[in-house]
Ligand binder design. Structure first.
Ligand code: BT5
Length: 245
């Protein structure tokens, strides 16, 4: 087991001080069900852009569809950002992924890439996942990143953590600061071309498992203006991608 010394708590005051110039207000909760649920509630109540709620532990962390996100207390970062986009909402989750992947590459020393729609992979394994939910014109961008998680703590064999991939830092304050700044830059610059560069799905043979239960296989050719994945000429708005080769 990791003791408290190995997994220190986040420092809310320092985070707020560092991130206020970037327009973020950070709240750290010791435990909650799901940070997406907390931020969605605040969005409905009219909270402005820039709220970030981080939980040291989630008891009901969510993935897409009815899946869950599982992470031991303080082993990772689990947080949600309230985004009130000035442009089209379709690209917000994809640009969020660009922010995460760019920050991990530039400040954390891992070769992060994106699997459509927005899994963050290192060495082909998932180090982070994003879940975007639309709430009254706002987007709640939920992000889970495995930081010091050990192999036997990861829920699935296709997962990894920054520590396991030889990151130059596993200090969660540092990683969170870099990632939030990365997200702010990616949203501000409308970094669609960066998405296409970082997305290792493009140009590959893939299988897309569609929400209805069907699957299609083919070449992932493009991501269109609505953020959909184009496979052999047909665009798909949702689904789980398997990279075949
Ligand atoms: C995602 O869903 O990858 C989106 C995950 C978003 C989590 C954040 S944490 C903060 C915020 N609050 C929330 O409640 N959620 C967001 P999806 O693509 O559906 O992947 C879920 C699948 O990934 C699961 O079914 C597992 O197979 C796997 N998984 C679960 N926990 C994982 C972990 N820690 N690392 C890697 N894979 C994981």
């Amino acid at each position: 087991m990791y003791g408290d010394l190995d997994r220190p708590p986040l420092r809310a005051d320092a985070l707020n001080h560092a991130l206020a110039p970037d327009g973020f207000r950070v709240e750290v909760l010791e435990e909650t069900s799901s940070t997406n649920a907390v931020v969605a509630e605040r969005a409905r109540a009219g909270e402005p852009h820039g709220l970030v709620v981080v939980a040291e532990q989630q008891t009901a962390g969510r993935g897409r569809l009815d899946r869950s996100w599982v992470s031991p207390r303080r082993a990772g970062l689990t947080f949600s950002v309230l985004v009130r986009p000035s442009g089209p909402v379709h690209w917000v989750p994809l640009l969020g992924g660009v922010g995460v992947a760019t920050a991990l590459r530039e400040h954390v020393g891992v070769e992060a890439e994106l699997k459509w729609p927005n899994d963050v992979l290192v060495g082909g394994k998932k180090v982070a996942g994003l879940l975007a939910e639309a709430v009254d014109g706002a987007v709640v961008l939920g992000i889970g990143i495995n930081v010091t998680t050990k192999a036997d703590e990861l829920p699935v064999p296709e997962a990894t953590s920054l520590a396991l991939e030889g990151a130059t830092t596993t200090d969660r304050d540092t990683v969170l600061r870099s990632v939030l700044r990365g997200i702010s830059d990616a949203l501000g610059d409308d970094a669609r071309s960066s998405y296409r560069e970082l997305c290792s799905t493009l140009g590959r043979q893939v299988r897309v498992d569609l929400p209805g239960g069907e699957s299609v296989s083919g070449t992932a050719e493009a991501v269109d203006d609505e953020g959909r994945l184009v496979v052999d000429g047909r665009a798909y708005a949702a689904g789980d991608v398997v990279h075949l080769r």
